[in-house]
Design a protein around this ligand. Sequence first.
Ligand SMILES: NC(=O)c1ccc[n+]([C@@H]2O[C@H](COP(=O)([O-])OP(=O)(O)OC[C@H]3O[C@@H](n4cnc5c(N)ncnc54)[C@H](OP(=O)(O)O)[C@@H]3O)[C@@H](O)[C@H]2O)c1
Length: 232
Amino acid sequence: MQIKGSVALVTGANRGLGKAFVQALLAAGAAKVYAAARDPTTLEAQANVVPIKLDVTRPEDIAAATEQAHDLTLLINNAGISGEAHDSISLETLRHEFETNAVAPLAISLAFAPILAANGGGAIVNMHSALSWINLPTTVTYSASKAAAWSLTNGLRLRLASQGTLVVGVHVAFVDTDMTRAIEGVPKANPHDVVQRALDGVANDQPEVLADETSQQLKQNLSNGIYLRPIS
Ligand SMILES: NC(=O)c1ccc[n+]([C@@H]2O[C@H](COP(=O)([O-])OP(=O)(O)OC[C@H]3O[C@@H](n4cnc5c(N)ncnc54)[C@H](OP(=O)(O)O)[C@@H]3O)[C@@H](O)[C@H]2O)c1
């Protein structure tokens, strides 16, 4: 699918990867970008960008977004959370991460699916993680939410194939954003490189984008049972 001329919506567009998506879409010639954020006052005003108030966990916000963005051709489910690392596993964090990272992208995709169909099929991009495939002692609930998101993406891809909607899952390990600010001593991908690879995937009709070397290596090692052992 061509990015040039597309009408995109990016969730969590006010910072991190979401903000980088907005810039990359404009640079690639998107006709309009709906920049969605919980607090639209945190969004940068710029030409061809329409701010939208969207808490991805609020059905009323999702319904209002579909009322406004009836011209959408490219949905980017980027918003996500990673709960604080706890000494013990928090069920409250698990529920919050599942609502935000797994339920919300599906809910938004289902809400926009008829609009994408009416506009020629279009595409949906879902931000997963290398942690969709493996778990760590410090990311037990986050990894589970990203595994669920990955599986939901795979099901959604099959469901929406008949209406011509491309569904792209993006996997990446650490990226240099607020989410990883407290993590030191690990390589972090540049957010601009990650979103460029994701948009290249859309342009080339790829169902899956492995946006860094770590995610590529992890996927190759799944058949060796890498997810059964601690990662050094
Ligand atoms: N950074 C990494 O290492 C990494 C690696 C793999 C995958 N990812 C995934 O990539 C995506 C973007 O991550 P990031 O690194 O850019 O994270 P970030 O810097 O922490 O930004 C998270 C974004 O999500 C938004 N958000 C959170 N909950 C929301 C809600 N209920 N409704 C609407 N927006 C909400 C935040 O908005 P507020 O400003 O309102 O909080 C913010 O814009 C996430 O899905 C994340 O899991 C990140």
